[in-house]
Structures are given as structure tokens and as C-alpha cells.
Design a protein. Sequence first.
Length: 141
Amino acid sequence: MSDPLAPERMAATHAAAFSQSRPWSAAEIAALLDSPLIFAAGDERCFALVRVIADEAELLTIATDPAHQRQGLARICMAGCEAAARERGAAEMFLEVAEDNAAAQALYRACGFAECGRRAGYYRRAGAKAADALLMRKALR
């Protein structure tokens, strides 16, 4: 049986989910997963990559294949990565999300994240104005 979290499968899901921005390649994902500080949660339908350093976790990305959206997979994946981050000693988790990504913001708020900052013009958009990044935080303990 093939690994459902193989970098190639993750890259295909990321490309399907991030059609408006540059998706991450299998090589980029594999390089991240080579770090003992980074782990993946989920499966080929929906996965997350998280980095834990000391007592802080950072959601690097979460991607749901469009064919599997609106099925609760992202919430399940978020719960799984939060539990795994806690097991690795994280007391809080951070993430950033584009200010114009209402669906992702709704997911994160439903999972208990709250806005804690902003990075102006962080997300560059081809042919459009750059979007701010909203920084969000959640206590894990």
C-alpha cells in the first residue's frame, strides 16, 4: 500500500487546493518533512504540515482537495495536528491566513483560533492588490 502522506500525493492535493497561488512542490514538501521539527497530519484528501519549536506550534499549510471539501475533513485534520503538537510539547499554535480567505478564517475561528496580529501586503497576487495576512493564535493547554 502506498503512503497516503507521500510528498507527491501531498503536492497534488496542495496544487488542487491552491489554484490561485503557487502550490508547494513534492520536493519542497519532502524537504520540510526531513526536519524533525515538522510533521504531517491527515491523508491525501486533506493534510496539514505543522512545525513545533519549543512550546510553539505553527500551522505551515493545510490543504483539502476540492473534491473533498465541505465534508469536515479540515476540522478533523486540525484536531489531529493540534493533538500531535500538544504531544510534542506545544502550548499554543499560530497560523497566518489571507484576509480575503473567508472560508479558511471561518474554519480557524470554529477551531478556536483568534486574530492576534496582521502583516500588511503579505500575500502577493498576480494582477491584484496584495492581501494582508491575519495572524491567529490558539492556546493548546
